[in-house]
Design a protein around this ligand. Structure first.
Ligand code: GBH
Length: 453
């Protein structure tokens, strides 16, 4: 068995990382405009003001995607572009941009997958408390309803939120990401609850507003656990640790995914967090657990786990060996079986097909030669990771798709433009795009539905 016939090969990006045009056509600031302009928050003071200027160059970018042969493109809508204050009056020019983008994509035979929230919260809503305010549920619901009404004729694949642990853990607990707060763990659990409720309201709004069949999900992320060996004991140890929900840093996959899939928070976390767990009102878990259509996951790296005494999960020190290659971001250690184990563990627990909405590699040590950009490291990364995905396909694990992050180099949040994830190189001085070697390599994978792997 190989990849299913209707497997979606795609590429991904997000609004603030590529669009630029931050103050044009009525767009209002998001928390990331505030954050990136504050001193010391982002590498060398980089901001998303211009980014890849995709707002003006989207036609060229779609043409490059068409040439790649990608079946789908995962993008995000900038909430502060379409509803500048977060609630109230929509912005006609902002809405028109996405009309043009969707039309261009569909004309190129590329299916849009749309994320409603990829971290760029309208600053006006942060000033009203952001995710700490339960009104977020209705703010987000109204935004989702408008998007459904406006684009539902053309967009059938929707992701409500991207990576809640980043929004709540990195944004509100650690204060590394926007808005840069350091709230208590209890306050973060409350914000997380509001985010999950907003997701549920968003799902309802999308289904109510769009005729016909649509697919709705939320893009999770967590830290991958990979069994040290494929003995039953190590597999169960890795699985147990993967779904444990007692970490105090918001990176517990089950804390986010169980409420959606099972309508309840996991027992171990409830017990460990005790009185920090927010008030759960009647109807909350029902709203959160609206049916979704597939699992959706951003997967980059992982550590090995083994069974210790009594099967207790133990992290293997230096999982991949000292000196194992990494991306230029230190967290991105190369862990090729990550896609396989994420797919296996998640589909077994939650019993839905999975789409990988992100997976990718960053580097700076590519070579420009004869007008080409040579990035053998990215090809090596892809070959090894996709090998794991192919194994999952061959074992009949239900897979719906894979999106490479990212279609082009872009604003890598706190790392600014230093670390490059793209299949397409962007020269930020001239905005010239150059497909890298990996672009042509991935093109063959897409064209052959993975047979080239
Ligand atoms: C994704 O974020 C984003 O969706 C995307 O916008 C971004 O460009 C892309 O990946 C590449 O970074 O030390 O174990 O806490 C992932 C961002 C990566 C942030 C892992 C936290 C540290 C993991 N996250 N990182 S850990």
């Amino acid at each position: 068995m190989s990849f299913p016939q209707d497997f979606t090969w795609g590429v991904a990006a997000a609004a603030y990382q590529i669009e630029g045009a931050a103050r044009e056509d009525g767009r209002a600031p998001s928390i990331w405009d505030m954050h990136s302009h504050a001193p010391g928050r982002v590498f060398e003071g980089h901001t998303g003001d211009v980014a890849c200027d995709h707002y003006h160059r989207y036609k060229e970018d779609v043409a490059l995607m068409r040439n790649l042969g990608t079946k789908a493109y995962r993008l995000s809508i900038a909430w502060p572009r379409v509803i500048p204050q977060g609630t109230g009056k929509p912005n006609a020019k902002g809405l028109a941009f996405y009309d043009k983008l969707f039309d261009e994509l569909l004309a190129a035979n590329i299916t849009p997958w749309v994320t409603l929230f990829h971290w760029d919260l309208p600053l006006a809503l942060q000033r009203r408390g952001g995710f700490s305010n339960r009104d977020m549920v209705e703010w987000f619901g109204d935004y989702a309803a408008l998007m459904a009404e406006r684009y539902g004729d053309r967009v059938k694949n929707w992701i409500t939120f991207n990576e809640p642990p980043c929004t709540v853990g990195l944004g509100l607990l650690d204060g590394v990401f926007a808005p840069g707060y350091k709230l208590t763990h209890a306050e973060c659990l409350l914000a997380a609850h509001h985010l999950l409720l907003a997701h549920g309201r968003g799902v309802q709004a999308l289904r109510a507003g769009i005729k016909g069949k649509i697919k709705v999900t939320l893009a999770h992320t967590a830290r991958e656990r990979i069994p040290a060996t494929e003995t039953k004991a190590d597999i169960e140890a890795a699985r147990r640790d993967y779904f444990a929900s007692t970490l105090r840093d918001m990176w517990n996959l089950s804390w986010w995914a169980d409420p959606i899939m099972f309508g309840k928070y996991p027992e171990d976390g409830l017990k460990a967090f005790g009185a920090e767990v927010p008030e759960i009102r009647t109807g909350d878990m029902k709203l959160i657990s609206q049916k979704i259509d597939l699992l959706c996951y951003n997967c980059y790296t992982g550590n090995r786990y083994q069974a210790g005494a009594n099967g207790q999960p133990e992290k293997v020190p230096h999982s991949w060996g000292i000196g194992n290659p990494r991306g230029t971001l230190n967290w991105l250690q190369i862990a090729p079986p990550a896609l396989y184990w994420a797919a296996k563990f998640q589909t077994e627990r939650y019993k839905l097909p999975i789409v990988f909405s992100e997976n990718g590699f960053c580097n700076t040590d590519f070579v420009h030669l004869d007008g080409k950009v040579h990035d053998p490291q990215r090809i090596d990364f892809l070959a090894r990771y996709l090998g794991g995905l192919k194994r999952a396909a061959s074992e009949g694990i239900p897979l719906a798709g894979y999106f490479y992050w990212s279609v082009m180099d872009n604003f890598e949040w706190c790392e600014g433009y230093k670390d490059r994830f793209g299949l397409i190189h962007v020269d930020y001085q001239t905005q010239k795009r150059t497909p890298k070697d990996s672009y042509y390599w991935y093109r063959d994978v897409i064209r052959t539905n993975g047979a080239a792997l």
